[in-house]
Each structure stands twice: as C-alpha cells, then as structure tokens.
Design a protein around this ligand. Structure first.
Ligand code: PRX
Length: 661
C-alpha cells in the first residue's frame, strides 16, 4: 500500500485548474471557486440543519418537516415529519411550474437501421402522463403503497417510467440489472417478498437478444409468490404468456387514464431497494427512503455537474438503471434539475466502437458520465473513433465506479474533452445514495487519479481502526463521521448485517469498505476495497457469490475466488477450484469453459471467471480459513512475499503455481 501511494504521489503532480472560460461556457457556476467551496463545506458540517434545510426548501413538500435530521447512531431520519413524493419533484412539478413542454429525456435504441437508430424524446408532460398510466396499471395488478415491485428490463424508456410509477404510488422498486440471470432474480425477489415483476420480452445487446422474459419464467418456477408479470414488448421475441399471471404492457398501460396523482408519503417512506454484493452471503438489499435521497441526489447532481436548466444542457450517463448510478444520476438526480437526460439501450461497440460519440454528437450532449473500465476500452479501440465525431458540445466529463488510472484520465481529458472539460471523478456507493467525494467542475483543481474533496455535508476522513485520523499519505479506512441525507437507511430484513457491515469496525462512524489516503493538500485517493468484494468493471461482485455458484454446479467441491489485475476490467475474477473426485480427471479447458458458462448463466456475465485454476487443495490457515492473500499473489503471478507460517500445507501453494498453464 505504502509504496503504491508514494509512486502515485511522485507520478501525479499534474494539477488541472478549472478552465478559465468555464463560467463563460456554463452560464452561472453554482460553486465558482475554492473559497466558495470551503465556505459552503465548512458551514454544511458546522450547521447541517441550516444547510440542508435551505437546500430542501428548494423542493416541493406536501407537508413541511419539523426537524431536519434526527441522529440515533446508526439510524438517521431526515426531514422528519415531512411528506413528499420523489416522482412529483422529478416530473409533475416541472409541468405544474410551466415547463411541461421542455424535453425531459432522450433515448436511443441499439439497432441501427438504414435511417439510423430509433431515437425518442419525451417532454415532462408526456413523461408525467405515461408514468401516471403505468402507476394505474400497477395498481390494477394489486400493487399498494409499501409493496415491493421488481423491475427487470433492458435500458428502454419504459424502465424509467416503471421506476417513477412505483415512486408515484409509494411502492418501493427493486430494479435488477438486465445482465443478471435467473438465480439473481430468484434471490432478490424472495428477499424482497415481491409479488409483481415488470420485464421485457427481450433486450437488445450487441446485436443479439437477451431473453429477459425467459429468465423471469425460469425464476418464477422457484417463486410461487409472484402474482403478476407485466411484459413490455421490445424485441418481438416469441414466448408463452402465462394465463392469469402475465400481462402485456401495450394492452394494459395505454388503456389507463393518466389521472393518478402522486401519493404523498412520509419523508422516511421506502423509495427503493437496490441489491448489492457484500463480502459474505447473498446480495443485500440496500434501502433508500424518500426525502433525504430525493434532496441529496438532485442537489449533488446540480453541484457536481453544474446543471443549469434552460441553457441548452443535455446530460448523457452511460450507466444502466440496474445500478445505483442509473437510479441517482439518470433519473432521480437529473429530472428535478430540468436538464434532459439521455439513455442508451445497448453496447458501446455496436454497431461500431464509436457509438457513444455518435450519441454525444446527435444529442449535443454537454455532460458525459461513464466508468474508467469503459474509458480503457475506448483507449484500446483507438483515437480514430472519437475523432470522427463532433464532440464540441461537451462541457463536463465524469467518471465513477473505480479508481481511474492517470493514463486513462489524461486520454479522457484530451481525446474526449478536447482539453477544455473538467473531469469529475466521483466516488460513492450504492449505500451513499449520491456522490460523497468529488471535484466540483468550476472550483476544484483536479489531479488525475484523485477524487479530490468531500461533497457538502459529507464529513469524510481516513482513519485507523480506532477512528483516529491518519497523517497525510498514510493509508487507512475511508469513513464518514456524521449522517448525510442520501445515506442508506438499512439492509432489507437484516438489521444485524447493517450494523455489522457499516457501523461496527470503527466505532460511531460509517465504514465505506474502501482503503484510502489523503495527500498533503487534503485530496482523497481511493486504494480499493478492504473486504472480499471485487470491483469488476466498476461493478461490485462478492467473491462468496461466485464461489457458491461454482460449488452449486456440483462439479466443484471447494472454490476460492479472488481478484486479479485486468487491463480493461480493472479487476478480473480468478477462481481456484477443487474438482469433485468424479470429475477430477476432467481438469482441463473444456471443464474450465463449462464452469465459466455455469457462473455466467447462474449469476450473469459480469461474474464469469476470467481464469480458472484446478488444484487438489486450497491453502488454509490452521483454523481452516482460506488464505486469500496468497491466492491473490498467485493469481497476479507474483512471487509471494506474504507470511506463510500459518499455512497448513506449504505444498499446496507450490502446486498452484506449477499448475499455471
Ligand atoms: O470501491 C469503491 C468503488 O465502487 C464501490 C461502490 O460500488 P457500488 O456500490 O456498486 O457503486 C458504484 C457506483 C457509485 C466503492 O466502495 N468506487 C466507486 N466510484 C469510485 C470508486 N473507487 C474509486 N474512485 C471512484 N470514483
């Protein structure tokens, strides 16, 4: 850790000040310089009630709150006693305030016909009507306030509509990424006790069809509690509709009146569950509630991206709505700011590697927000692809998901931003709801690879296990020392896991699960997860999930999964497997492929191991714990320098190295 940090300090002394003409190109800048940032941040920590009270007054409430925050560690309540609706603030409010004809959203389908791709644009009024119809349709299927609705769709406009329709009636949504497979649906639907699923017949992906409805059908065989499945036709994929359970969107939704108003809900009413991987067991349902989340994501979007309605801005985020980035910074954070949000259905390299740049050009995007793994792919695909397109509309670039390597940062800055666009490297998590450490584009001088300074209201620090702040450049644990409005409110159905994971290791502080350091100017550098969670292409994957899938194949009796360096993904998945005695003779490439496919089918392509090694035994401590740090070294091809004195069988390690075919 220490030598890595020193290296990055030495290499990275390039500082990029916000461009001098940024203000001229953006109109007004919300946070125009570092003095303004420091004054606002200082106040937000000294007087959170005053600070957030003022911010929240910019939103519409059905009934006012009586207290801004109530903090009974680890439980926080925000805007206590207030009632509001997140869909109202995102959509209806704009119509009521005279902006019904403004463009709310843009969308591009993946297939490209002779006349170009299918492009849709919708106004706030159109969006409101469609959301109201969908809300009514969900109610006709028996959904009531408080019922969890599972949404498993491709990146189509109706996905955002379904999400907002749930918010409209106070039914928490649980969106499952369309790249996940049947087992992931089963786990999440069961955990949330969800009775209604919204899906598509299929989703377009790299020219092929992902059979979403077939996956739902397979999952439903193990989900007797599912009562209704609402199916949007997108790909025209044939499949049986189950009588009494399945309904077509195009038959049910358009037939509804567009009259359903937004349900006023308590500020702490659940808005959604979003499942994310942890270091042990099944994914956990992170709970976000209405008032605090709604305020936090819209306010942070405004500051981080300097959003300004009515100035021709167009915002394009490449994330999928199945992840928190899509929830917070495609839908809930962007729509209330009245800047059109652009969604794209498919793969970045379909039909060719310039697809994102074609979208930026076609929609005249001013903002582009993506992940470092994507940037590394763009670099590999070559400069010619962005160079073919007019990217001069761009003003602000963002990255999220994992630390960005300085080389990718510089490439992004030069080739995509033309050297004139500030880059906001935003670190946050499913649990934090919104950005917690990030540059502000008109104020913060950036250093490639650093996410710089905390967001307003976020008291971030790097501490040791006792909560003592670490000196400059000493690594430690990333924590947040007081509540912020967007923070998770719990892990669905598992109070103990909430307490243990986030609030126990460092007393009285929220533990993010990341290692970090601050440099001498106070900038944060994220050094990666401290638990058994991998960050694969900017997505979280629990090693335990992949291991249990491998063992679940019945071909493997024991498996250990660790991360390994991967040029594009950042971290790749390496699996060490002990085959079942009946299959031990089959150790080889065919078995590797079989296991890789098994995991991809079980969990989703994201979890497919990059490397599988067969071994007769896994290295364990005397107490029987798998020695993952040794396996990480083996996977990385490093000579291990780790202390091996507790190894039960030294020979195991030597054998693993030899088996490096
Ligand atoms: O390790 C950090 C990494 O992603 C984790 C959160 O993953 P998830 O909940 O899936 O949310 C991803 C999108 C918000 C963090 O604990 N991470 C996210 N953004 C960054 C990052 N690491 C370094 N720099 C970032 N900008």
């Amino acid at each position: 850790m220490a030598s890595d940090s020193i290296k990055s300090v030495l290499v990275e002394d390039r500082v990029f000040a916000p461009p001098a003409d940024f203000a001229a190109r953006m109109g007004e800048v919300h946070v125009p310089d570092m003095a303004a940032y420091r004054a606002m941040h200082e106040r937000s920590i000294r007087d959170p009630e005053g600070f957030w009270g003022e911010v929240a007054r910019g939103f519409r409430w059905f009934a006012p709150w009586t207290r801004v925050v109530e903090w009974n560690l680890p439980d926080a309540k925000w805007f206590v006693g207030g009632t509001a609706n997140a869909c109202f603030n995102a959509v209806d409010r704009q119509v009521e305030e005279g902006h019904g004809d403004d463009v709310a959203s843009g969308w591009e389908g993946e297939p490209v016909g002779p006349g170009g791709p299918e492009v849709r644009r919708g106004t706030y009024r159109e969006l409101r009507d469609e959301v109201a119809r969908c809300a009514e349709a969900l109610e006709s299927l028996g959904v009531r306030k408080g019922d969890v609705v599972t949404i498993y769709m491709g990146m189509v406009p109706e996905l955002a509509v379904a999400v907002l329709a749930c918010a409209r009636i106070g039914a928490p949504h649980s969106v499952i990424f369309g790249g996940f497979a049947a087992q992931a649906i089963v786990d999440r639907v069961q955990d949330a006790d969800s009775k209604v699923i919204v899906t598509c017949d299929g989703a377009w992906r790299r020219g092929g069809v992902v059979p979403l409805k077939a996956n739902v059908d397979a999952a439903c065989e193990r989900l007797p509690g599912v009562r209704s499945v609402l199916v949007l036709r997108r790909t025209g994929t044939e499949g049986a509709m189950k009588n009494g359970r399945d309904r077509w969107w195009h038959e049910l939704v358009p037939a509804q009146p567009a009259t359903r108003a937004c349900e006023p809900v308590d500020s702490e009413h659940p808005l959604f569950l979003l499942y994310t991987s942890g270091s042990t067991g099944k994914p956990k349902g992170i709970l976000h509630t209405t008032g605090g989340y709604m305020v936090y994501v819209a306010a942070t979007a405004r500051w981080t991206f300097n959003l300004q309605p009515g100035t021709g801005q167009v915002y394009f985020c490449t994330a999928d709505l199945g992840w928190i980035t899509g929830h917070s910074y495609i839908v809930y954070g962007i729509l209330p700011n009245r800047v059109p949000t652009v969604m794209y259905e498919g793969a970045p390299n379909f039909p060719a590697e310039d697809r994102f740049w074609a979208i930026v050009e076609r929609h005249k995007a001013t903002h582009f927000y993506t992940a470092p793994t994507a940037i590394r792919s763009f670099m590999r695909w070559g400069d010619a692809h962005p160079a073919k397109h007019d990217l001069s509309s761009l003003r602000v670039l963002g990255t999220v998901g994992e630390p960005i390597n300085p080389e990718a940062w510089i490439w992004y800055h030069e080739r995509i931003g033309g050297g004139r666009c500030p880059i906001v490297d935003t670190i946050w998590q499913t649990e934090t709801g919104g950005h917690v450490i990030t540059p502000l584009p008109g104020a913060t001088p950036t250093v490639p690879g650093s996410c710089t300074l905390p967001m307003f209201g976020v008291d971030a620090a790097v501490v040791d296990e006792h909560g003592t702040e670490q000196p400059a450049n000493a690594g430690g644990l990333l924590v947040i020392r007081r509540p912020w409005p967007g923070m998770l409110r719990g892990v669905h159905g598992d109070r103990q896991r909430f307490v243990d994971t986030y609030w126990s290791r460092v007393k009285g502080m929220y533990l993010a699960g990341d290692g970090a350091r601050r440099d001498s100017r106070g900038y944060f550098w994220i050094m990666g997860r401290i638990d058994d969670v991998l960050n694969v292409s900017g997505h979280r994957l629990g090693t335990a999930e992949v291991e249990s899938s491998l063992v679940g194949s019945k071909l493997v009796v024991e498996a250990a999964v660790v991360g390994m360096p991967h040029e594009i993904k950042g971290t790749g998945v390496a699996a060490f497997c002990v085959l079942h005695p009946d299959h031990a003779k089959d150790a080889g490439d065919a078995m590797r492929r079989r296991l890789m496919e098994h995991v991809a089918k079980d969990i989703g392509a994201i979890a497919r191991p990059d490397v599988i090694r067969f071994t007769n035994a896994l290295p364990k401590t005397r107490s029987g714990k798998i020695m993952r740090r040794l396996l990480r070294d083996v996977a990385a091809g490093k000579e291990t320098t780790q202390d091996t004195t507790t190894l039960e069988d030294f020979g195991v390690l030597a054998k693993l190295r030899e088996s490096d075919e």
